[in-house]
Write a protein that binds this ligand. Sequence first.
Ligand code: SF4
Length: 438
Amino acid sequence: MPGVATTHPTPIFATLMNASFLTKNCQIVLEKKGGSNYSKLSFPLHCGVFSEISSASAVLHFNLSGEIIRAKGKGNEWGHPHEWLKRTKGDDWVYYSTGGYAGVFESIGEYYLPNFEYPTNNLLGGHPFSEKAISGLKSSWHQTLTQLAENITDTPEPVHRFLVNALSNSPACLAKKAQRLQEIIGGRISVLPPDARHVDYNLIPLTISQGCLHKCRFCKVKNTLPFRVKTAMEITYQIGCLKNFYGADLPNYNALFLGEHDSLMAGSDLICFGIEEAYREFGFADSHIAEHKTFLFGSATSLVNAPEHLFTNLEKLPGMHYINIGLESADQDTLDKLGKPISVGLVQEAFTRMQEINDRYGSIEITANFIMDVGLPANHYPAIMELIRERLVRTKPKGSIYFSPLTFNQPSRARLFEFNRLKILSRLPTFLYIIQRL
Ligand code: SF4
């Protein structure tokens, strides 16, 4: 596209929704309307409003800020027509594979298995990024876009504007933006709650507290910061910066992550303040995505200390609230071995509280994580079974239990077999926790 000048990105007007333009080399659809619900389907349904360029070799998706968010190859070299690459706001590329459909849904509660380039604790999956078609598309999408644009002449103004915007968001520019996000929220989010799978991890992070209480020895995602609660003023400022940062693409979000590792400890007033301010400022009520959701982490300590009025207050706020608690084990020897400085009595109390809250409040779901690994003390799994099976008189649809493999980068059939056995016996929805960052 000769003569395309780089200008400040301008959002395309809503009246262009689904406008389609056919050129010699590709088809461009501006502001294509995807799904409004993150439904769990066996075929890919992409949510929100995005623009699409489809050529003979690839399909590229861009958000309302003109930033690439997805890419998929065409032809025999691309593994499966349902598989795709996603780029996150933290500028990671994630490859979504069907996993051959073998037990993916049963294991993680989703039909598509995320594969990462960074080390994580996934028990399933292969090495998709070592495949030429996948790594090639990841590294060449901008060059492909440039070549397509160079061959497009006489474009209508909206297409011209879209291409200028998309081209200006080069890989270097996107990496800088990811850096800016970290500056706003006070560092990289090293882990997101497993419940964030309900929105495919598409959420806006808002840090209301930093650090965590326990600094457990086994934990690979902690930081060295002592636990600290942010002030209301700091949170308001952060919301303003995030609003600017997400800009034209804000309507594609309707989910919030209250960071970071133990926001439940921040107290009722600050939690509700963060949710209400974010809901208003980010315009979640007018989102392209239905059903607002908030996610946060808590600990056994913060859960048992949380006053009842926190939950009655949360129940009055819009949407669902998912609070994920790291319990890790219900066996003292295992807790000691993990270097988790809490007692088994506290874990049991937190588990009981979790059941009470899940039974009492329709819009709150407390979920819990337990560790999986080889060589844990013999009572680790029996003690968990006592909680998630023996204590419950019947199966429950709410209050998911996540098993988190301790070892990174070691997919294992034996661990998967072990997990399936636990899942069958559990009276709560039970899944594997694949650690994902933002
Ligand atoms: S498991 Fe939770 S409490 Fe323990 S160190 Fe990690 S983030 Fe902190």
